[in-house]
Write a protein that binds this ligand. Structure first.
Ligand code: ARG
Length: 476
């Protein structure tokens, strides 16, 4: 029997549920964090006089060799050793002899696995923020292009209820997603702050009788603080739930955007053409160009929501402190991480390469009555109560619908049949560019407001790029 907890078990103990309880197949991705944590722990034990300096050096050297073995694909993983922690510890003893068995002094796998997940999550959150940043940069760049188009700002229909509402700038529409993603940045950063707390030293649940120095370990590993309560330290998975919640909201944003791309790239809309690399054809219909990247990203939102629900449900009934139920945190988090790692770069690439069809967007505005509000505003500015103005323009719209006309094509004489307040400038007010240009309220779609908004977005991107590197240093 070579299990590391073999003492109280029968020598011939069955292998019954071994495969079921093992987590090695998925927690082996924590090997770097596990080794970094063990090295810090060994150094701390030497400082505390629990290990001699020579023993700690042997342990650290052994762990470094093991890291090399894993990286070169030479490590003899053994599923009967359950998880990554026991695999590494067993290997250490094989390599350096019984002194390897001293590493686990004053520690439990309960605080060890919590530490590994904290280290993993810190690194991951930094990477996710970089990936979201790239997508934001792509949206801002496309917005800038659309704002400064060769024929002026690119206009498009704005919708509510998926019905034509009022024209907007394409740049304005794209930047709406920039700001959603900026809130995601905030949530990820916030989660990072609460993940930056070190659980090691909680041992199984109650702390340890060894004279350990948790602050030293925290400093070695780059943590800002330590958990004040050992029971909370080993049983807290809030930082993972927070990540999954932030990931789920982020996926909602990505999914909404993808839904627009699917609609926009349809034959009926034709607002955008996806680059060939971000679309696929049909095996039967030669004319097809399907927006698969957008569809798949939209579909993967459901999977991330499921991971959040799954882990919330795992956690909700657990008394203190550690339970093996919590082993389920890993596949949930890893799957959400893998999903975001795949979706975010794909969407950044899609945005960077898609071609907006300014002509189609402009043409879509002709005759769509999205200037009706402005005609009513025109009358209201001339003193007519807005409710009456609304009624008057409603009659003009009815007239156009009955006669197959567009509001902007009515002559001044025709307009005056609905109200004598109309004068020549009414025709000007109906032009989409005037309609958009008039929306100068803060945060509105007028070009000068969108330019301000874009400048603000670029300042945010710039300061994040210029600020301290977002790349984590926690696991070196
Ligand atoms: N594989 C376990 C997990 O992922 C490690 C901690 C196990 N602790 C224990 N006492 N069985 O949660």
């Amino acid at each position: 029997m070579d299990k590391l907890w073999g003492g109280r078990f029968d020598r011939e103990g069955g292998r019954g549920a071994e495969g079921f309880t093992a987590s090695l197949s998925f927690d082996r991705r924590l090997y770097r964090q596990d080794i970094a944590g063990s090295i810090a722990h060994a150094r701390m034990l030497a400082r505390a006089g629990v290990l001699t300096a020579a023993e700690a050096d042997q342990i650290v050297a052994g762990l470094r060799e093991i890291e090399g073995e894993i990286e070169r694909g030479e490590f003899p993983f053994r599923v009967e050793l359950e998880d990554i922690h026991l695999n590494i510890e067993k290997r250490l003893t094989e390599k350096i002899g019984p002194v390897g068995g001293k590493l686990h002094t004053g520690r439990s796998r309960n605080d060890q696995v919590a530490l590994d997940m904290h280290l993993y999550m810190k690194e991951t959150l930094v990477r996710m923020r970089e990936r979201v940043h790239r997508l934001q940069a792509a949206l801002a760049a496309r917005a800038e292009e659309a704002l400064n188009g060769p024929d002026g700002p690119v206009l498009m229909p704005g919708y509510t209820h998926l019905q034509r509402a009022q024209p907007v700038l394409l740049a304005h529409h794209l930047l709406a997603y920039f700001w959603m993603l900026e809130r995601d940045q905030g949530r990820l950063a916030d989660c990072l702050g609460r993940t930056d707390v070190m659980p090691l030293g909680a041992a199984a649940l109650a702390g340890t009788s060894y004279p350990i120095d948790r602050e030293f370990v925290a400093r070695e590993l780059g943590f800002a603080a330590i958990y004040p309560n050992s029971m909370d330290a080993v049983s807290d998975r809030d930082f993972l739930l927070e990540f999954l919640a932030a990931a789920a909201i982020l996926m909602t944003h990505l999914s909404r955007f993808c839904e627009e791309v699917v609609i926009w790239s349809s034959y009926e809309f034709g607002f955008v053409e996806l680059a060939d690399a971000y679309a696929t054809g049909s095996s039967i219909m030669p004319q097809k160009k399907n927006p698969d990247v957008a569809e798949l990203a939209r579909g993967k939102a459901g999977r991330v929501f499921g991971r959040l629900m799954g882990l919330l449900t795992v956690m909700k009934g657990l008394p203190l402190a550690y339970h093996t139920d919590m082993q389920e945190d890993k596949e949930a988090v890893f799957d959400a991480v893998d999903t975001l790692d795949a979706v975010l770069p794909a969407l950044a690439g899609m945005v960077e390469t898609m071609a907006f069809r300014a002509g189609r967007l402009r043409a879509a505005l002709r005759g769509d009555f999205s200037n009706a509000t402005d005609l009513a505003d025109y009358l209201a500015r001339k003193g007519l109560p807005f409710r009456e103005a609304h009624e008057t323009v409603g009659r003009a719209v009815r007239f156009c619908l009955d006669h197959g006309r567009a509001l902007e094509d009515l002559t001044l004489d025709e307009l005056r049949r609905f109200s004598p307040l109309f004068e020549t400038d009414a025709l000007q007010a109906l032009e989409p560019a005037s309609v958009v240009g008039a929306r100068r309220s803060a945060g509105g779609t007028a070009p000068e407001r969108v330019a301000e908004q874009l400048a603000q977005a670029k300042r945010i991107l710039f300061s994040r790029e210029a600020g301290e590197s977002m790349v984590g240093e926690c696991c070196r």
